[in-house]
Design a protein around this ligand. Structure first.
Ligand code: ZN
Length: 237
């Protein structure tokens, strides 16, 4: 029995944990920053959400900020109008799997299916090619870089625990301001339905974001669409 568990553990580490650690620490085939001067790239994962995404889009519009949305395919299929609105307002849309499943428990074939199904849903909604991907929880498996070779994999250089209200209730706008170094990619969430998240966390996030965008505009920070920036460096690898 002990041999079985040892073998299973070795396989899991080799298939899931080690590739994730190596890819993320050595930056193999992933993007964590942008090159545009004086700019930040805001990215929102886990939506679209019928309760929060439209309000978030209103706030972005109010401040003329562009962003990227990494959407969950099964949610996108239910809310194509939200995707159309994102596109119409100049935002980028990328893949965050069809269901919010970690690549650690996906076979190479299942991962491919998660990517393809989500790509189809997004492209049907916006009639534009999708070429950005962010794996849920930032998890990679041994085959991710090969399976997702036709996509730009976008990670982040600013993360704020915004899925837990207690971590952000009074502080998120300050934390965002403190981390504002031009070139960074910020990760936030416009749905509270993901495992481990507080369901109304996006409400707090959106209120803080509104305040932060107001202050950042005074300092001349631009919030740019990932699409614009990454397209230029897309051919480097
Ligand atoms: Zn996610």
């Amino acid at each position: 029995m002990i041999y079985f568990f040892t073998a299973a553990l070795i396989i899991f580490i080799s298939y899931a944990v080690l590739p994730t650690l190596l890819i993320r620490s050595l930056n193999w085939g992933i993007v964590k920053d942008i090159t545009e001067p004086n700019s930040i790239a805001l990215t929102f994962d886990d939506g679209p959400d019928p309760q929060y995404t439209a309000r978030l889009l209103d706030v972005l519009k109010k401040h003329e900020a562009k962003a990227a949305f990494f959407v969950v395919g099964e949610k996108a299929a239910k809310h194509p109008l939200l995707l159309k609105r994102m596109q119409a307002e100049g935002h980028t849309i990328g893949i965050h799997h069809y269901r919010h499943i970690s690549s650690w428990i996906l076979s190479p074939g299942s991962l491919k299916k998660q990517l393809e199904q989500t790509k189809q849903v997004i492209e049907a909604a916006i009639n534009e090619e999708v070429y950005f991907y962010r794996p849920p929880w930032g998890h990679f498996n041994l085959f991710t870089l090969w399976t997702a070779r036709n996509y730009k994999i976008i990670m982040w250089s600013g993360i704020f625990n915004d899925w837990k209200i207690k971590h952000i209730r009074n502080t998120l706008s300050e934390s965002l301001a403190k981390e504002t170094v031009p070139g960074r990619i910020f990760l936030l969430h416009d749905s509270g339905e993901t495992l481990g998240a507080d369901s109304s966390a996006p409400e707090h996030m959106i209120n803080h974001l509104d305040e932060y965008l107001q202050q950042a505009a005074l300092k001349g920070i631009q919030f740019i669409s990932l699409k614009k920036n990454i397209r230029g460096i897309a051919h480097e690898y």
